[in-house]
Design a protein around this ligand. Structure first.
Ligand SMILES: CC(C)(COP(=O)(O)OP(=O)(O)OC[C@H]1O[C@@H](n2cnc3c(N)ncnc32)[C@H](O)[C@@H]1OP(=O)(O)O)[C@@H](O)C(=O)NCCC(=O)NCCS
Length: 223
Protein backbone atom coordinates (compact mmCIF):
# COMPACT_ATOMS: atom_id res chain seq x y z
CA UNK A 1 0.00 0.00 0.00
CA UNK A 2 1.41 3.39 -0.92
CA UNK A 3 0.27 6.91 -0.07
CA UNK A 4 -0.14 6.07 3.67
CA UNK A 5 -3.94 6.18 3.74
CA UNK A 6 -5.62 6.91 7.08
CA UNK A 7 -7.88 3.90 6.37
CA UNK A 8 -8.30 1.20 3.76
CA UNK A 9 -11.68 0.25 2.34
CA UNK A 10 -12.67 -3.31 1.39
CA UNK A 11 -16.17 -4.71 1.15
CA UNK A 12 -17.44 -7.98 -0.38
CA UNK A 13 -20.90 -7.40 -1.81
CA UNK A 14 -21.86 -10.76 -3.34
CA UNK A 15 -21.73 -12.11 -6.90
CA UNK A 16 -17.94 -12.22 -6.48
CA UNK A 17 -17.70 -8.42 -6.37
CA UNK A 18 -15.31 -6.59 -4.03
CA UNK A 19 -15.17 -2.79 -3.57
CA UNK A 20 -11.77 -1.63 -2.39
CA UNK A 21 -9.25 1.17 -2.20
CA UNK A 22 -7.41 1.38 -5.54
CA UNK A 23 -3.93 -0.18 -5.56
CA UNK A 24 -1.02 0.56 -7.93
CA UNK A 25 -1.46 -2.80 -9.70
CA UNK A 26 -4.96 -1.70 -10.82
CA UNK A 27 -3.62 1.28 -12.81
CA UNK A 28 -3.18 -0.44 -16.22
CA UNK A 29 -6.70 -1.93 -16.07
CA UNK A 30 -8.11 1.43 -15.02
CA UNK A 31 -6.56 3.10 -18.07
CA UNK A 32 -8.24 0.48 -20.30
CA UNK A 33 -11.59 0.80 -18.48
CA UNK A 34 -11.62 4.60 -18.98
CA UNK A 35 -11.67 4.10 -22.75
CA UNK A 36 -14.54 1.58 -22.52
CA UNK A 37 -16.65 3.64 -20.13
CA UNK A 38 -16.12 7.04 -21.79
CA UNK A 39 -15.92 6.13 -25.52
CA UNK A 40 -16.82 9.62 -26.80
CA UNK A 41 -14.96 11.73 -24.22
CA UNK A 42 -12.14 13.87 -25.68
CA UNK A 43 -9.02 11.61 -25.52
CA UNK A 44 -7.03 14.25 -23.59
CA UNK A 45 -9.68 14.09 -20.82
CA UNK A 46 -9.16 10.34 -20.25
CA UNK A 47 -7.06 9.24 -17.27
CA UNK A 48 -4.06 7.00 -17.83
CA UNK A 49 -2.06 4.71 -15.58
CA UNK A 50 0.52 7.33 -14.56
CA UNK A 51 -2.38 9.55 -13.48
CA UNK A 52 -3.88 6.81 -11.32
CA UNK A 53 -0.53 6.24 -9.61
CA UNK A 54 -0.49 9.93 -8.67
CA UNK A 55 -4.10 9.83 -7.37
CA UNK A 56 -3.19 6.92 -5.09
CA UNK A 57 -0.14 8.85 -3.87
CA UNK A 58 -1.90 12.16 -3.12
CA UNK A 59 -5.31 10.95 -1.84
CA UNK A 60 -5.64 7.15 -1.49
CA UNK A 61 -8.86 7.49 0.58
CA UNK A 62 -10.70 8.89 -2.45
CA UNK A 63 -9.83 6.16 -4.98
CA UNK A 64 -11.93 3.00 -5.38
CA UNK A 65 -12.18 0.03 -7.71
CA UNK A 66 -14.68 -2.80 -7.98
CA UNK A 67 -13.09 -6.18 -8.65
CA UNK A 68 -14.58 -9.35 -10.09
CA UNK A 69 -11.82 -11.87 -9.34
CA UNK A 70 -8.76 -9.87 -10.40
CA UNK A 71 -10.64 -7.94 -13.09
CA UNK A 72 -11.39 -4.24 -12.53
CA UNK A 73 -15.06 -3.73 -13.51
CA UNK A 74 -15.87 -0.45 -11.74
CA UNK A 75 -14.00 2.65 -10.67
CA UNK A 76 -14.27 6.09 -9.18
CA UNK A 77 -11.77 8.89 -8.65
CA UNK A 78 -12.19 11.78 -6.23
CA UNK A 79 -10.29 14.64 -4.65
CA UNK A 80 -10.79 17.01 -1.70
CA UNK A 81 -11.77 20.54 -2.58
CA UNK A 82 -13.06 23.80 -1.08
CA UNK A 83 -16.44 24.27 -2.74
CA UNK A 84 -17.46 27.83 -3.49
CA UNK A 85 -20.98 28.13 -4.80
CA UNK A 86 -21.16 29.88 -8.14
CA UNK A 87 -17.53 29.04 -8.95
CA UNK A 88 -17.02 28.18 -12.61
CA UNK A 89 -14.45 25.74 -13.91
CA UNK A 90 -14.31 22.94 -16.47
CA UNK A 91 -13.53 19.25 -16.01
CA UNK A 92 -10.25 19.69 -17.90
CA UNK A 93 -9.18 22.59 -15.65
CA UNK A 94 -9.76 20.42 -12.58
CA UNK A 95 -8.13 17.42 -14.24
CA UNK A 96 -4.68 19.03 -14.29
CA UNK A 97 -3.71 16.93 -17.31
CA UNK A 98 -5.04 13.86 -15.47
CA UNK A 99 -2.80 14.15 -12.40
CA UNK A 100 -5.36 15.88 -10.16
CA UNK A 101 -2.89 17.97 -8.22
CA UNK A 102 -5.91 20.27 -7.85
CA UNK A 103 -6.59 18.04 -4.80
CA UNK A 104 -6.51 20.17 -1.64
CA UNK A 105 -5.70 18.02 1.43
CA UNK A 106 -7.65 20.50 3.59
CA UNK A 107 -10.69 20.68 1.26
CA UNK A 108 -14.01 20.45 3.12
CA UNK A 109 -15.74 18.54 0.31
CA UNK A 110 -15.18 15.35 -1.65
CA UNK A 111 -15.29 16.13 -5.39
CA UNK A 112 -16.28 13.08 -7.43
CA UNK A 113 -14.29 13.43 -10.66
CA UNK A 114 -15.62 10.35 -12.40
CA UNK A 115 -17.37 7.03 -11.96
CA UNK A 116 -17.83 4.12 -14.33
CA UNK A 117 -18.98 0.52 -14.55
CA UNK A 118 -17.93 -1.87 -17.34
CA UNK A 119 -20.96 -2.36 -19.64
CA UNK A 120 -21.02 -6.13 -18.88
CA UNK A 121 -21.49 -5.40 -15.17
CA UNK A 122 -24.09 -2.60 -15.19
CA UNK A 123 -27.36 -2.86 -13.25
CA UNK A 124 -25.78 -4.80 -10.38
CA UNK A 125 -25.52 -1.87 -8.01
CA UNK A 126 -21.80 -1.24 -8.62
CA UNK A 127 -22.18 2.54 -9.02
CA UNK A 128 -24.34 2.60 -5.89
CA UNK A 129 -21.60 0.79 -3.94
CA UNK A 130 -19.03 3.27 -5.27
CA UNK A 131 -21.07 6.35 -4.29
CA UNK A 132 -21.50 4.78 -0.86
CA UNK A 133 -17.77 4.08 -0.57
CA UNK A 134 -17.16 7.75 -1.34
CA UNK A 135 -19.72 8.70 1.32
CA UNK A 136 -17.86 6.47 3.78
CA UNK A 137 -14.75 8.58 3.12
CA UNK A 138 -16.84 11.76 3.59
CA UNK A 139 -17.88 10.54 7.04
CA UNK A 140 -14.49 9.18 8.10
CA UNK A 141 -12.80 12.47 7.19
CA UNK A 142 -15.66 14.59 8.60
CA UNK A 143 -16.23 16.36 5.29
CA UNK A 144 -19.36 18.38 4.45
CA UNK A 145 -20.38 15.93 1.74
CA UNK A 146 -19.61 14.95 -1.82
CA UNK A 147 -20.41 16.81 -5.00
CA UNK A 148 -20.09 16.06 -8.68
CA UNK A 149 -20.99 17.29 -12.12
CA UNK A 150 -23.23 14.56 -13.50
CA UNK A 151 -23.09 14.18 -17.27
CA UNK A 152 -26.57 14.53 -18.78
CA UNK A 153 -25.78 11.49 -20.92
CA UNK A 154 -29.19 11.35 -22.61
CA UNK A 155 -29.14 14.96 -23.78
CA UNK A 156 -26.68 14.70 -26.70
CA UNK A 157 -29.16 12.61 -28.68
CA UNK A 158 -31.96 15.13 -28.03
CA UNK A 159 -30.08 18.41 -28.39
CA UNK A 160 -31.85 19.33 -31.66
CA UNK A 161 -35.25 18.65 -30.13
CA UNK A 162 -35.12 20.57 -26.84
CA UNK A 163 -33.00 23.00 -24.87
CA UNK A 164 -30.63 21.68 -22.22
CA UNK A 165 -32.55 23.65 -19.57
CA UNK A 166 -35.83 21.97 -20.59
CA UNK A 167 -34.12 18.54 -20.53
CA UNK A 168 -32.58 19.22 -17.11
CA UNK A 169 -35.93 20.39 -15.68
CA UNK A 170 -37.62 17.22 -16.95
CA UNK A 171 -34.88 15.03 -15.46
CA UNK A 172 -35.11 16.66 -12.03
CA UNK A 173 -38.92 16.51 -12.09
CA UNK A 174 -38.56 12.79 -13.03
CA UNK A 175 -40.39 13.11 -16.37
CA UNK A 176 -37.25 12.01 -18.25
CA UNK A 177 -34.89 9.29 -16.98
CA UNK A 178 -31.31 10.27 -17.73
CA UNK A 179 -28.89 7.26 -17.77
CA UNK A 180 -26.45 8.99 -15.42
CA UNK A 181 -28.05 11.89 -13.54
CA UNK A 182 -31.33 10.11 -12.65
CA UNK A 183 -29.25 7.39 -10.97
CA UNK A 184 -27.18 9.94 -9.11
CA UNK A 185 -30.38 11.57 -7.80
CA UNK A 186 -31.60 8.09 -6.80
CA UNK A 187 -28.29 7.72 -4.92
CA UNK A 188 -28.98 10.73 -2.69
CA UNK A 189 -27.51 13.56 -4.77
CA UNK A 190 -29.55 16.76 -4.88
CA UNK A 191 -29.48 18.81 -8.12
CA UNK A 192 -28.23 22.39 -7.74
CA UNK A 193 -28.30 23.64 -11.34
CA UNK A 194 -27.38 23.07 -14.96
CA UNK A 195 -23.77 23.71 -16.06
CA UNK A 196 -22.88 24.29 -19.74
CA UNK A 197 -19.48 23.50 -21.24
CA UNK A 198 -18.16 21.52 -18.25
CA UNK A 199 -16.94 18.52 -20.23
CA UNK A 200 -15.91 17.90 -23.84
CA UNK A 201 -18.21 14.99 -24.72
CA UNK A 202 -20.99 14.90 -27.35
CA UNK A 203 -22.93 12.32 -25.32
CA UNK A 204 -24.12 15.21 -23.11
CA UNK A 205 -23.28 18.08 -25.49
CA UNK A 206 -21.06 19.39 -22.67
CA UNK A 207 -23.98 19.78 -20.21
CA UNK A 208 -23.86 18.51 -16.64
CA UNK A 209 -26.01 18.75 -13.55
CA UNK A 210 -24.25 20.11 -10.46
CA UNK A 211 -25.12 17.64 -7.69
CA UNK A 212 -24.51 17.57 -3.94
CA UNK A 213 -24.88 14.70 -1.46
CA UNK A 214 -24.38 16.04 2.04
CA UNK A 215 -22.79 14.25 4.96
CA UNK A 216 -25.84 12.90 6.81
CA UNK A 217 -23.95 13.40 10.08
CA UNK A 218 -23.85 17.18 9.53
CA UNK A 219 -27.01 18.43 7.90
CA UNK A 220 -25.98 21.85 6.66
CA UNK A 221 -28.39 24.74 6.84
CA UNK A 222 -26.64 26.50 4.01
CA UNK A 223 -24.02 25.42 1.47
C1 LIG B 1 -23.75 5.60 -14.79
C2 LIG B 1 -23.11 4.25 -14.46
C3 LIG B 1 -21.82 4.52 -13.67
C4 LIG B 1 -24.08 3.42 -13.62
O1 LIG B 1 -23.43 2.20 -13.26
P1 LIG B 1 -24.18 0.89 -12.70
O2 LIG B 1 -23.15 0.14 -11.94
O3 LIG B 1 -24.90 0.19 -13.78
O4 LIG B 1 -25.26 1.54 -11.70
P2 LIG B 1 -26.15 0.75 -10.63
O5 LIG B 1 -26.10 -0.72 -10.91
O6 LIG B 1 -25.79 1.20 -9.26
O7 LIG B 1 -27.57 1.29 -10.97
C5 LIG B 1 -28.17 0.93 -12.22
C6 LIG B 1 -29.54 0.33 -12.00
O8 LIG B 1 -29.42 -0.96 -11.42
C7 LIG B 1 -30.24 -1.02 -10.24
N1 LIG B 1 -29.60 -1.86 -9.23
C8 LIG B 1 -28.95 -1.45 -8.17
N2 LIG B 1 -28.54 -2.49 -7.43
C9 LIG B 1 -28.91 -3.57 -8.08
C10 LIG B 1 -28.72 -4.93 -7.83
N3 LIG B 1 -28.06 -5.38 -6.75
N4 LIG B 1 -29.23 -5.77 -8.72
C11 LIG B 1 -29.89 -5.30 -9.81
N5 LIG B 1 -30.08 -4.03 -10.08
C12 LIG B 1 -29.58 -3.17 -9.24
C13 LIG B 1 -30.30 0.38 -9.78
O9 LIG B 1 -31.45 0.57 -8.96
C14 LIG B 1 -30.38 1.16 -11.06
O10 LIG B 1 -31.71 1.15 -11.53
P3 LIG B 1 -32.29 2.33 -12.40
O11 LIG B 1 -31.73 2.12 -13.79
O12 LIG B 1 -33.75 2.15 -12.30
O13 LIG B 1 -31.80 3.61 -11.80
C15 LIG B 1 -22.78 3.44 -15.74
O14 LIG B 1 -23.92 3.36 -16.55
C16 LIG B 1 -21.63 4.02 -16.58
O15 LIG B 1 -20.47 3.65 -16.38
N6 LIG B 1 -21.98 4.91 -17.53
C17 LIG B 1 -20.99 5.54 -18.41
C18 LIG B 1 -20.08 6.49 -17.70
C19 LIG B 1 -20.81 7.63 -17.01
O16 LIG B 1 -21.76 8.20 -17.52
N7 LIG B 1 -20.31 7.96 -15.82
C20 LIG B 1 -20.83 9.05 -15.03
C21 LIG B 1 -20.17 10.33 -15.43
S1 LIG B 1 -20.77 11.66 -14.44
Amino acid sequence: MIGNPSFVYRKEVGEGLVIMTTQPEHAPQLEALQQIVFPTLAPESLMRKEHYLNHIRIFPEGQFVVLHSARVVGMTTSIRYHLTLGEQHTFDEMLDGGFLNTHDPTGAWLYGMDIGTHPDFRGKGIATYLYNARQDTVKKLNLNGQFTYGMLSGYGALKNKMTAEAYYQQVISKKIKDPTVSRQIKNGFVPHGLVAGYVNDPVCAGYCAFLIRENENYKLKQI
